[in-house]
Ligand binder design. Structure first.
Ligand SMILES: NC(=O)c1ccc[n+]([C@@H]2O[C@H](COP(=O)([O-])OP(=O)(O)OC[C@H]3O[C@@H](n4cnc5c(N)ncnc54)[C@H](O)[C@@H]3O)[C@@H](O)[C@H]2O)c1
Ligand SMILES: CC(C)(O)[C@@H](O)C(=O)O
Ligand SMILES: [Mg+2]
Ligand SMILES: [Mg+2]
Length: 347
């Protein structure tokens, strides 16, 4: 295991050099990996593992869009595509990649089919950590592991096809066989991770829920809406407000941050911009700190989990969610975005 220094703090990281694919294949050579759920993470992981030479089957509700998608992706009914019940029966590593709310409903179905020595695999610490709400308490005779890719299943697949990998967290919650740690690492390599960072289930779910509600998605969407609104209310055109809020962010500046850090992005902008950004970043930090602490408290108290479960288990919720997304899509801001994106093809 490589020890890597992150800004002065040493952490343990698994790299593909020290744990190559051939080793992962050897570790999992006798395993049948049942991917339960074929939404976003399911296809990314199942296809990467299949391409990596593992024995992969998919378990999904029949007559659903995801069932059809699995067929289109080459999984064959009765050979590699089964009902959830049958896939759990056939699998030795059961990858629970249903939605976090769906995992609660399906848990009794999975639990009663687990056999001693099986491995229960998650890509989120949600179900295990919030067990008072989910009732997901695995039997003592199965391994319980986690590999959580730090990004969308779509990116996991795209980066795999491009020959690189997405970073993932990994953890062991329960080691019944003495091989759980090895299996977690091998699964992490198998699903197409670039580097594997060790964590535990609770830390994974606390950081993940905070990140997606915060900077990665919620805060990003909120601050974009706020700046666009200010510019529009002060008389700027939609295209000017959008270009100055989103297009430049995604097309020019964030890629520079990704390449070489915040200071490098700053140093590739004018001294005028640098002065202003350095003066204002502290104000934004102080303004958002209370909100981020409120968010973390809400995650740690289980309130975010409760809301996810309550909304996610309401009949018709997917349609409600789609209506909320449509409202975002149809807003002036994102309609302007759609038009601006079309202009990119003229490059
Ligand atoms: N979406 C991502 O890219 C991503 C990234 C990292 C981790 N994760 C984690 O991976 C897991 C899967 O997430 P996802 O976003 O792919 O899920 P999803 O919302 O796309 O749902 C996955 C599948 O669950 C099925 N499902 C939902 N409720 C069900 C029920 N009651 N009975 C039977 N099937 C049901 C759906 O048909 C769908 O095919 C979650 O734990 C999530 O937190 C997701
Ligand atoms: C892709 C994300 C946001 O990182 C994941 O955590 C999810 O829940 O989909
Ligand atoms: Mg998440
Ligand atoms: Mg995440």
């Amino acid at each position: 295991m490589a020890k890597i220094n992150f800004g002065g703090v040493e952490e343990t990281v698994v790299t593909r050099d020290e744990y190559p694919l051939a080793k992962a294949q050897e570790t999992l050579k006798d395993e049948v990996i049942a991917v339960i759920g074929y939404g976003v993470q399911g296809p990314g992981q199942a296809l990467n593992m299949r391409d990596n030479g593992f024995k992969v089957i998919v378990g999904q509700r029949k007559d659903s869009a995801s069932w059809e998608k699995a067929k289109q992706d080459g999984f064959v009914e009765g050979e590699t595509l089964f009902s959830i019940e049958e896939a759990v029966e056939r699998g030795t590593i059961i990858c629970n990649l249903l939605s976090d709310a769906g995992q609660i409903a399906v848990w009794p179905t999975i639990k009663e089919r687990l056999k001693p020595g099986n491995t229960l695999y998650f890509s989120h610490g949600f179900g295990i950590t919030f067990k008072e709400q989910t009732n997901i308490v695995p039997p003592a005779d199965v391994d319980v592991i986690l590999v959580a890719p730090k990004g969308s299943g779509t990116s996991l697949r795209r980066l795999f096809l491009a020959g690189s990998g997405l970073n993932s967290s990994f953890a062991v919650f329960q080691d019944a066989t003495g091989k759980a740690y090895e299996k977690a690492i091998a699964m992490g390599i198998g699903v197409g991770s670039g580097y594997l960072f060790e964590t535990d289930f609770k830390k994974e779910v606390y950081s993940d829920l905070t990140g997606e509600r915060g900077v990665l998605m919620g805060a990003l969407a909120g601050i974009i809406e706020a700046q666009y609104q200010v510019l529009r209310q002060r008389g700027h055109s939609p295209s000017e407000a959008f270009n100055e809020t989103v297009e430049e962010l995604t097309q020019s500046l964030v890629p520079l941050v990704g390449e070489n850090g915040m200071d490098w992005m700053f140093s590739n902008c004018s001294v005028t911009a640098q002065r202003g950004a350095l003066d204002w970043k502290g104000k934004f930090r102080e303004a958002t700190l209370p909100v981020l602490n409120e968010l973390y408290d809400s995650v740690a108290s289980g309130q975010e989990a409760a809301r996810t479960i309550q909304r996610g288990s309401t009949p018709g919720y997917r349609a409600e969610l789609e209506a909320e997304l449509a409202e975002v899509r149809e807003s002036e801001l994102w309609q302007t975005g759609a038009t601006v994106r079309k202009l990119r093809s003229g490059r």
